[in-house]
Write a protein that binds this ligand. Structure first.
Ligand code: HEC
Length: 172
């Protein structure tokens, strides 16, 4: 009985530590700066530049747009990959092109931070935004920004060890 209690207490502690690995105030502030950068450059928000949407799969949505560029945040310049996720199930290219606002479900982003930021996950900063630029949250209510475990665990299976599924190009 006592063992069970200790085990569950440990589980709780581990759960708490895990939750603090990402989504804290610093990650939220950084994510905000990144979104602002994207808005200023017409990569996000009203009037954002558009590409031709292509069919995607879970978890990113049935229609996707992906952009590869760089960004400078806090004096550091790194690769920035933006994925716009459209839905719902069954949505067509024409419907997305007709009215993106109605179909945009989320904007998922990877931004390469300084060497040493996250050596075990390619130094990527991960964020999942809702269309208005606020951060989406995990089911536990943690904002999805920083070294987001859910993103990393799947992207670590991408070929080429750069955490990118769409390309093995050597981005900054
Ligand atoms: C279950 C697996 C899985 C999870 C979880 C996942 N992704 Fe992805 N992600 C993919 C796949 C597959 C692609 C390629 C989709 C395509 O065809 O464009 C992708 C593509 C991307 C891209 C474009 C760059 C690339 O890898 O080619 C970004 C940016 C991205 N995901 C961000 C995120 C973020 C941020 C999260 C967490 C909120 C996340 N992803 C969670 C599977 C996943």
């Amino acid at each position: 009985m006592r063992l069970v209690m200790i085990a569950s207490a440990l589980g709780l502690a581990a759960g708490t530590a895990f939750a603090q690995d990402f989504g804290g105030q610093e990650d939220q502030d950084y994510a905000r700066q990144l979104w602002q950068n994207m808005e200023e450059r017409n990569l996000a928000g009203e009037g954002a530049v558009q590409a031709f949407p292509y069919p995607g799969t879970d978890p990113h949505g049935v229609m996707l747009e992906t952009f590869y560029t760089d960004a400078t945040v806090d004096g550091h310049t790194g690769a920035l990959v933006i994925k716009r996720n459209y839905g719902p199930e069954g949505v067509t290219v024409d419907q997305v092109l007709d009215n993106r606002g109605d179909h945009l479900a989320a904007v998922t982003v990877m931004f390469r931070r300084v060497e040493g930021y996250a050596p075990e996950s390619g130094n990527w900063f991960w964020a999942k935004y809702l269309p208005d630029g606020s951060l989406d949250e995990t089911p536990e209510g943690t904002p999805i920004a920083g070294m987001a475990q859910g993103c990393i665990s799947c992207h670590s299976t991408a070929e080429g060890e750069n955490y990118l599924f769409t390309t093995n190009a050597d981005l900054n």
